[in-house]
Design a protein around this ligand. Structure first.
Ligand SMILES: NC(=O)C1=CN([C@@H]2O[C@H](COP(=O)(O)OP(=O)(O)OC[C@H]3O[C@@H](n4cnc5c(N)ncnc54)[C@H](OP(=O)(O)O)[C@@H]3O)[C@@H](O)[C@H]2O)C=CC1
Ligand SMILES: CC(=O)C(=O)O
Ligand SMILES: [Mg+2]
Length: 762
């Protein structure tokens, strides 16, 4: 992308469809006069009086506890310098967005038009009652030091200048890991720090607290190396002034192990990098453009461990990884400050998290094959969903240990649940599914073992204890691919149905298959050939109890995989037709949609059965189904046979499954809008209820709807989940993502558990 189009894209992003990046949305009902009487006068007086009696009640009745002010005067905006309060607003709004998406904190930007330290402090103190925390941002040194110090002393809510401490925490975690990867010791490394401002000073202090040697640091500002013999140094610069008789960055870089850039763009040259020690560590963190461009640095030396503040290269060392989670932990225990112990706890948690195996969804989010701890992955990625339940508890615990938590956590398990819920119910549901699978993992056969994405999913479910994979395909190819993704597991069965191995098993499957199909035109010879095909072999494995479930369809069109499954495995006893559902993660919560893939124009009875089978699966996910039978008409408003068919299906359901919360026929708006539904059809079984299951009258409408939701609203989908098969067999959509394959595998495991339970009951 050219520089010009990148610029245009950034400007359009901010300008359209409405200017800016955040807005305020009410959290309470406001539709009726009664609601307004509660939200505002007279009802609002009650919480006011409660808070007047006890100020702490402000946390109970208002947004204070989750509201953070992001305050700047625009004097050190990124590496752009003193561009003024208005020009800093996009950055501050950006931080508001990041607070929200990563930690569910409401961050409000406040730009203050003053460079006077006292005036700035007075302004922040005057507005502090509104907020649960204060994030100071992009205020230049040395004013930033005094502003933060005094506000911390004078306020009883957490105050953190993020450029100082957020940056220090993240870069310290990255440095600890980088030093280890480089085979060095923090105590020994020679560190050059370019910049002597808010970020540089705090970062260096923290590195020293973590073991770096004061003598090994050389710091530079806009005038060059900060030497002890220089006149007029501020207290902070004097703290890091060196006795060495050098003046320039070029001199400082000779044999240095670490370069820390918190200054301005493009001041480091390739020659300077070449002069550094072996396995040099270079954190060029100036934003938006680093002290040396990433590509230039890595092409200069191949032993370098390189990081920047940007998201478009490996190793983004940026305070975005810290502030959302540090404030989350501090707010949750109502900490009165963010102290050293809390910062160190965050450093440790972040550094350790980078060493853990990376969830596949992070690989996907960053378009990576396999992120692993090493030179190109020294620090977690901001979109890592583990951050929310790893960093805040560490910070909260440290706050409690040091006596600054006014509301300590008492139940850590439910606190972690609450943290995970902050990222939405989708995560919760998927977690529930994976947890259920993990309780009793089953053997799942993957006929498409030669596909990289299938292997990655198999690796994940194996590592996570969700399933015990069995892989079908060419052994050599599979092993090579496994090695490529680091799937080093010798105990995974790999079977190639095309070779002469497993002769006895193949003979058994052939005879079974022939037995079942010999009166349907299949000869023994046909059967022998079919069993060498992976999907047939896999289906026979499930039939014969050599596997508990099957996942296929990644590389072939849906119908061509359904066919052998129907031939070999068939329907469950009480089922006339199989069907499928998709579980969609939507803004209003999880929704079940059926039949999305098989029955083109089901009869009334078939529709009723689809609804009943869908209800069973919803219960399996721990959700009580509330089912709308959809049509273009409402409760008999059209006499047309298409609408009447849905009405008839509802009558079946009411008669044979009276316990189900189901009604219709219904138009989709009446199905989804509980209030509209209640007003017009108070007699309905669904009146006042939140519908979570939609049964469509035909395949056209169901398939089109679920794919539209997926593409237009980026709704995540689990499915199509097979309904009514005799065994746990699930067919993927062509080209399903690794995440989808993982989730479908978990579905197959839970399905196998349920079928096992049902058999035992019989
Ligand atoms: N990646 C990240 O997460 C973060 C990155 N940063 C980046 O760090 C930089 C500094 O931010 P911050 O500390 O808040 O700002 P400050 O204004 O407080 O500090 C800027 C410092 O850079 C120094 N400087 C300017 N030009 C040069 C030069 N040619 N060589 C060496 N030093 C120079 C200034 O020197 P002098 O004292 O002489 O004026 C000053 O000490 C910015 O680029 C910012 O984007 C900041 C926070 C987080
Ligand atoms: C990332 C950040 O806070 C800065 O560059 O100022
Ligand atoms: Mg900043």
């Amino acid at each position: 992308m050219s520089e010009q189009s990148r610029r245009r894209e950034a400007l359009d992003y901010h300008a359209k469809p409405q200017p800016g990046k955040i807005k305020i949305v009410p959290t309470k009902k406001y539709a009726t006069q009664r609601d307004l009487a509660l939200a505002y006068s007279p009802g609002v007086a009650e919480p006011c009086l409660e808070i007047e009696k006890n100020k702490e009640n402000v946390y109970k009745y208002t947004t204070k506890g989750n509201l953070v002010a992001i305050i700047s005067n625009g004097t050190a905006v990124l590496g752009l310098g003193d561009i003024g309060p208005e020009a800093s607003k996009p950055v501050m709004e950006g931080k508001g967005l990041l607070f929200k998406i990563f930690a569910d904190i409401d961050g409000i930007d406040i730009e203050v038009d003053t460079k006077d330290v006292d005036r700035f402090i007075d302004t922040v103190k005057a507005i502090a009652p509104t907020f649960g925390g204060i994030n100071l941002e992009d205020i230049k040194a040395p004013e930033a030091f005094e502003i933060e110090r005094r506000l911390k002393e004078e306020l009883d809510i957490p105050v953190m200048h993020d450029d100082q401490h957020g940056t220090a925490i993240i870069s310290a975690a990255a440095l600890l890991n980088a030093v280890e990867i480089a085979g060095k010791k923090i105590e020994d490394v020679k560190i050059v720090v370019s910049g002597a401002g808010a970020a540089a000073v705090s970062c260096t202090r923290l590195y020293i607290a973590l073991g770096a040697s004061h003598e090994n640091v050389v710091m530079l500002d806009s005038k060059g190396v900060i030497r002890k013999d220089r006149e007029g140094l501020s207290a902070e610069k004097l703290e890091f002034a060196t006795h060495r008789k050098i003046d320039t960055l070029e001199e400082a870089m000779k044999n240095a192990d670490v370069f820390i850039g918190l200054s301005i763009a493009n001041i480091v040259t390739p020659d300077m990098l070449r002069a550094m020690a072996k396995n040099a560590i270079v954190f060029a963190m100036a934003n938006p453009d680093p002290e040396i461009a990433y590509d230039l640095a890595v092409s200069t030396r191949d032993d370098i461990i390189m990081a920047t503040g940007r998201s478009d290269h490996p190793n983004q060392v940026n305070n975005v990884l810290g502030f959302p989670f540090i404030f989350r932990g501090a707010l949750d225990v109502r900490a009165t400050k963010i102290n050293e112990e809390m910062k160190l706890a965050a450093v440790k948690a972040l550094a350790e998290l980078a060493r853990e195996p990376v969830p596949e969804q992070v690989n996907i989010a960053y378009g990576e094959t396999k992120l692993t701890f090493g030179k190109d992955y020294i620090i977690p990625k901001p979109f890592d969903p583990r951050l929310i339940h790893t960093i805040p508890p560490a910070v909260a615990q440290a706050a409690m240990d040091t006596g600054v938590a006014k509301k300590p956590v008492t139940d850590w398990e439910s606190y972690e649940e609450e943290l995970m819920d902050r990222l939405g119910s989708d995560n919760k549901l998927v977690r529930l599914l994976h947890d259920r699978a993990r309780r009793n993992p089953k053997r799942i056969v993957f006929p498409e073992g030669e596909q990289l994405d299938v292997l990655k999913a198999a690796q994940y479910v194996n590592d996570e204890g969700i399933a015990k994979p069995i892989l079908l395909g060419n052994k050599e190819i599979i092993k090579e691919l496994m090695q490529e993704i680091g799937f080093e597991e010798d105990n995974i069965p790999i079977i190639d149905p095309k070779t002469d191995e497993h002769e006895e098993k193949k003979k058994r499957y052939t005879l079974q298959y022939w037995e079942a199909r010999k009166r349907k035109g299949v000869t023994l010879y046909d059967a022998e050939r079919k069993i060498r095909e992976r999907n047939y072999f896999a289906a026979m494995m499930v039939n014969e109890g050599d596997a508990d479930g099957l996942i296929s369809g990644y590389s072939r069109a849906y119908p061509s995989v359904v066919r052998p499954m129907m031939e070999l495995i068939g329907k469950a006893n009480n089922v006339s037709k199989i069907a499928t559902l998709n579980l969609m993660m939507t803004g209003r919560g999880p929704m079940f949609l059926a039949d999305t893939s098989i029955n083109i124009d089901p009869t009334a009875r078939e529709l009723a059965k689809i609804a009943q089978m869908t209800a069973v699966v919803a219960n399996m996910f721990g959700i009580e189904p509330v089912i709308a039978m959809l049509s273009y008409a409402n409760f008999g408003s059209s006499k047309d046979e298409k609408a009447a068919k849905v009405g008839e299906a509802v009558r079946y359901l009411h008669k044979f499954y009276p316990e189900l919360k189901v009604d219709g026929e219904l138009q989709s708006d009446f199905a989804l809008n509980a209030e509209l539904h209640q007003n017009k059809f108070p007699f309905s079984k669904l009146a006042g209820k939140k519908v979570n299951t939609l049964i469509f009258p035909n395949l056209d409408s169901a398939n089109i709807t679920y794919k539209l939701m997926k593409e237009m609203f980026k709704a995540e989908s689990i499915g199509p989940i097979m309904l009514g098969m005799n065994k746990p067999v699930h067919i993927l959509q062509l080209g399903a993502s690794v995440e989808e394959i993982i989730n479908m595998t978990a579905v197959a495991v839970v399905d196998a558990q349920e079928k096992e339970k049902a058999e035992k009951e019989i």
